[in-house]
Design a protein around this ligand. Sequence first.
Ligand code: NAP
Length: 437
Amino acid sequence: MTIRVAIVGSGPSGFYTAEALAKLDAGCEIDMIERLPAPHGLIRYGVAPDHQTTKNVSRNFDKTAARAEVRFYGNVDVGVDVSMADLREMYDAVVLAIGSPEDRTLGIPGEDKQGVIGSAAFVGWYNGHPDFVDLDPNLDSANVCVIGNGNVAIDIARLLVKTLGELAPSDITGDALDVIQASPVTDVYMLGRRGPVEAKFTNVELREMGKLEKCVPQIDGSVIPDSVPEGLEMSDRDRRLREKNLATLREFVGRPADELPKRVHFEFYAAPREILGGDHVEGIRLERTQVVDGRAVGTGEFFEIETSLVLPAVGYRSSGMAEIPFDDDNGIVFSDDGRVDDGLYAVGWIKRGPTGVIGTNRPDGQLAAKQILEDIPEGKKPGRQALEAALGSKGTRIVDYDDWLTLDALEKTQAREGAPREKLITVAAMLGVLDGA
Ligand code: NAP
């Protein structure tokens, strides 16, 4: 009997799971259930809009979606339109591929002030995520502080200082482009609580910061060590990558601050201690640190930066889902390498936390597909027939993959000159197009 699988979430980990299951040719029926009308999750809403090559993977996802055994149920919110318990009754296997959509917090005083915006929200805003279109960030400031030294922090810093010409071939939303271009931002501070050796950004992303049209990187050369210290335990590959970052940072040393109209300041050994101001952010207080046994330890020396906007890019988390065993400390589901419970599996960031690149999700999907076929010799449940009946009785407007391709084509025709697309940024706009409103 056909094994019927529901995958909740249609980002990279969801699509890689669907692809792996379909390629096993085990006669599974695979239904992808997505809260938003648009698929592709982090590819559409998380990857930087000026990194279009990374987004090309969505073409492979389209091929997976076109397979006969795969169906897409967009605009279906699990927990609202159908409960997780019902889904598990309907399907032989349910795979959680819901990612880590929320921001980790800093846990410092003043974090709740207006003008502190986590990277999930800020990146979502410029990428046209329907949850964040009304974010209205206050960019009326010469200085912006980005907290964190990961790739998300560097993505944000770059987007804030790129010119209109540099952003033309991106799919940043027209609204965000206008706001960023009209802003008086001249100085972006990338605040790392540890040093250049510990920074998590990758070298391609770092090098981009030295080649911007109107922005010059700034760094105090005295914080860059001659090499990665011998005592630090890491793989040879990791060591090489960090040496490359140090070499790139060295190239930035000494570039005049007035060489170009804007600056990105790499401020290392700076831990955020307090967000300053009244209701609104007026600045940030930081403590100088040193790294002891890999950890940032305060030195007792403090300094402040004036700003109206603080963007913590300190990693993501999930709050889980009702009825799922959840490890709240780490923001992931409890699982035995992806096996959560009978007939329930997890893949991607909800399984292992928000690390790695898009392709890191592929082995997760392959493993989940293998586990499902090992655990479930034959299917016994009704699958999509029951799902469609339940959604039909609720009046849910299912967005199928052909609907998505209609929206996709429209976005491409509406693109400004040189851009790949102009995104539809609200659910109402997407459904309006499909239903002729
Ligand atoms: P990340 O790589 O884990 O970086 C998080 C940064 O936040 C680290 O520098 C961390 O410092 C810092 N941080 C955490 N808590 C902090 C605190 N309380 N105060 C100050 N700093 C704090 O996370 P991410 O940038 O969100 O990226 C998530 C994943 O997506 C990563 O695997 C990343 O490589 C990937 N990604 C890749 C690309 C790309 O390939 N172009 C683009 C975007 C994202 P410590 O190191 O000291 O903890």
